[in-house]
Design a protein around this ligand. Structure first.
Ligand code: ZN
Length: 169
């Protein structure tokens, strides 16, 4: 009986506290979220490293992932415009809706590069009307993206704010 009680007490903290479910659109954002979220998060990624981030094949399993998510991290600057809005339309999860606390846009505040001045068509190749969204490879811009991710995690789980901040540096 005494042993049984011990086992119950040891098992409690593990079951009482579930990890924050984070979904990232792209692998580099997922890597940042794992780094910053540490032990408090469980990170899934929609896009595979082998996929073109502009044209990701949205699968039914992605909707399941998004319906369970506490936090969604997207790159922004219209990088995912070809597939993410359609996927979110099929998702019934107010926590990660555009504008909700759990919806993180990594590009917020990133200084824009290559904003085209004339009309943009796909015939011009990889040109984005809102500026170049392929910024996470740049260390300085990547830092801003990481900070946005940390802010998002803190909005959703303020009890771990100190831990997220510590992981950010
Ligand atoms: Zn592009």
């Amino acid at each position: 009986m005494k042993h049984l009680l011990m086992i119950v007490l040891l098992a409690l903290p593990l079951t009482a506290h579930a990890k924050l479910k984070v979904v990232a659109t792209l692998p580099d954002l997922a890597a940042m979220a794992r780094e910053i979220g540490g032990d408090q998060v469980e990170v899934a990624c929609i896009g595979k490293p082998s996929e073109d981030p502009h044209f990701i094949q949205a699968k039914p399993s992605n909707i399941v992932l998004l319906n369970r998510a506490d936090v969604l991290i997207e790159n922004g600057l219209e990088l995912e415009i070809g597939w993410l809005p359609a996927l979110l339309d099929q998702t019934r999860n107010g926590r990660i809706r555009v504008g909700a606390p759990g919806h993180v846009i990594a590009a917020v505040g990133v200084p824009l590069l290559d904003v085209p001045t004339g009309p943009v068509t796909r015939a011009m190749g990889d040109v984005h009307p809102g500026g170049n969204p392929h910024f996470t490879v740049d260390p300085e811009r990547g830092k801003i993206a990481a900070k946005n991710i940390a802010e998002g995690l803190k909005r959703v789980a303020p009890q771990f704010a100190a831990e997220f901040d510590a992981n950010l540096v």
